[in-house]
Design a protein around this ligand. Structure first.
Ligand code: FES
Length: 173
């Protein structure tokens, strides 16, 4: 259940907006931040706050790459699947079969796209262009951009994240 304080804040924001539906994405993000993902319970609470049906909100939630309807890891690696990033894999031939960020990451972490590592640290998800083309190939980790990525720099990023203290790094997954 959402904390009373958060509910109060969201109700106030919705009321001030004039058009509650305009706040739907913000409310879903706030609820997601609380639960770690947009759980069924969270979706129902968000729908009630917004005066929308759960189905209406579900349709909206599944439209956004950054709203998670299933639990995700502490770090969500949004690997850019855009054209520029696909064209900029200079230096990646050295890793043979693992010729792209996503295949390399998945092999390194032992997961498929969409899965979370057993330790709950990493989830790998594809993303449309993240607006970081000048640093392609790129990815976002909890909202922070990384690039241009090479196999070596990807290993460094994973190591850096593994060594983060528990509260470090934004929770904006
Ligand atoms: S295509 Fe990857 S950041 Fe734009």
């Amino acid at each position: 259940m959402l904390p009373a304080k958060l509910k109060k804040t969201l109700k106030r924001d919705i009321k001030q907006s004039g058009h509650p539906r305009e706040k739907a994405v913000d409310v879903m993000y706030a609820v997601q931040s609380h639960y770690g993902y947009l759980s069924d319970e969270g979706l129902a609470e968000a729908a009630e706050l917004l005066g929308m049906s759960e189905l209406e909100l579900e349709e909206l939630a599944t439209f956004y790459d950054y709203i998670y309807r299933r639990p995700v890891g502490k770090y969500v690696l949004h690997v850019c699947d855009g054209v520029v990033c696909w064209m900029c894999h200079e230096g990646w031939e050295c890793v043979g079969e693992e010729e792209s960020i996503v295949t390399y990451l998945c092999a390194r972490l032992g997961v498929e796209v969409g899965e979370t590592t057993p330790d709950g640290l990493f989830t790998v998800l594809p993303s449309a262009c993240i607006g970081y083309c000048e640093n392609a190939p790129a990815m976002l980790v909890n909202g922070k951009p990384y690039g241009p990525l090479t196999p070596a720099s990807l290993d460094e990023v994973l190591e850096e994240l593994r060594n983060q203290p528990p509260e470090e790094m934004v929770v904006d997954r």
